[in-house]
Write a protein that binds this ligand. Structure first.
Ligand code: FAD
Ligand code: EPU
Length: 337
């Protein structure tokens, strides 16, 4: 292994924040991970950089995951099992499964980033979380110096959460996911749980959508609502949607009619952070070069030339505004390096 030195990371994060890696290696084969010397203790595993806030330079080794490959590993009466390398682009992978005639991931179309990062925060959108189609993953454990497997239960998935985040491994660089397997049931049922999706299909007069119709509808909704990082740098939703006790949601709704509320299976209620931010006056507002997007208040955007410190300043101002108006704490979704 001979890592490159002093590499500019700004093209590798969708917020386009500045920062340099002291050492940088592109990982195209799982075997490369075993060759990394024990002395490289400060590591960061980088995928597509679409859920990342760079604070500045990184003094350690950045491992940029670029392992490719996708294949059907198994098929039984109930399901297809599809494996993909960690470096595969998530959206391209989803489109490929649909083209093969293996539906199930269509609701997660157009989410940026890589396959390897998908389990880290259990990506979700339009009524589906990846854990619902997840089977297992393979990772290199740097401490143990061996490959390890995790099945769905072991990953302890939650809303934008997993074992990898709970243990802090997403920041310590202790584990590098090299591939993941998804289980796609053959008994496919259209997932139209998300109201916006059902509306989009109705407006296109599609009564019995195929998986590809759903993918197309989601791509259309997302392109309308979310900024393209290539044009307006962003990291998607910047905050989690807060989960509160039902009494808190009731009290807030009484004081603020129109408050969107989504009851969860565990009894808690999910609030819409975008709504709270808009009501707190931050939709389309900026502080220096960083603001909240004018069409979706939950998306923080870099209007040009921002640093990690600028992002933190706007983040704190938005959190303070929401705290003051609603007494609700917003926690950031991206990873801060
Ligand atoms: P990175 O940003 O590179 O890394 C994220 C974290 O994962 C880091 O901690 C990193 O160390 C770790 N990591 C990455 N790869 C590996 C690996 N192989 N092994 C171990 N650790 C790894 N997210 C959603 O859930 N739903 C959405 O609808 C959604 N929409 C978005 C829309 C836009 C426009 C953008 C910019 C982002 C959106 N996101 C969404 C967030 C983002 O796309 C996801 O979090 C995605 O999974 C991040 O993938 P990445 O490869 O870019 O990860
Ligand atoms: N809303 C507003 N104003 C806004 C934005 C949203 O009032 O500026 C309201 C909407 O009217 C709606 C509610 O908030 O009533 C929810 O909005 P939306 O459907 O746009 O979804 P979201 O909660 O803002 C979440 C995810 C997205 C995911 C979409 C679709 C989180 C943190 N975000 O956004 O994920 O794509 O639902 O499922 O859970 C991401 O994680 O990066 C991400 C983009």
């Amino acid at each position: 292994m001979s890592p490159a030195r002093n590499i500019d990371l700004s093209p590798f994060n969708t917020l386009a924040l500045p920062g340099r890696a002291a050492r940088y290696e592109r990982i195209t084969a799982a075997g490369q991970l075993a060759e990394i010397p024990q002395t490289e203790t400060r590591r960061f595993i980088l995928g597509g950089g679409s859920n990342l806030v760079l604070s500045g330079d990184f003094a350690g080794l950045v491992l940029h995951m670029a392992i490719l490959g996708k294949r059907l590993v198994k098929e039984d009466a109930e399901a297809w099992y599809i494996e993909a390398g960690a470096g595969e682009n998530w959206h391209d992978f989803v489109q490929w499964t649909l083209a093969q005639g293996w539906p199930g991931l269509e609701n997660l179309s157009l989410i940026p980033g890589t396959v390897g990062a998908a389990p880290i925060q259990n990506i979700g959108a339009y009524g589906l979380e990846v854990c619902e189609c997840f089977h297992s993953l393979q990772a290199w454990n740097f401490q143990r110096g061996e490959f390890v497997s995790f099945d769905r239960e072991a990953c302890r998935f939650g809303y934008r959460d997993s074992l990898f985040k709970q243990q802090g491994w997403h920041l310590s660089g202790r584990l590098a996911i090299v591939s993941a397997v998804f289980r796609l049931p053959k008994q496919w049922v259209a997932n139209l749980r998300y109201a916006d999706l059902a509306q989009e299909l109705a407006s296109c007069e599609i009564a019995t959508p195929t998986a590809r119709d759903i993918a197309a509808a989601i791509v259309a909704i997302r392109q309308r609502k979310l900024p393209d990082p290539a044009v307006t740098p962003n990291a998607g939703s910047f905050f989690h949607n807060p989960l509160v006790e039902p009494q808190v949601a009731d009290a807030l709704a009484a004081a603020h009619p129109g408050l969107p509320r989504y009851p969860q299976p565990d009894g808690r209620v999910k609030l819409a952070a975008g709504w709270l931010i808009e009501q707190a006056g931050w939709k389309g507002k900026a502080l220096g070069p960083v603001g909240m997007y004018e069409k979706q208040a939950l998306v923080l955007v870099n209007h040009g030339g921002a640093s990690g410190a600028d992002v933190r300043r706007t983040m704190a101002a938005v959190q303070a505004a929401v705290r003051e108006k609603f007494a609700v704490e917003l926690s950031p979704e991206p990873i801060f390096l």
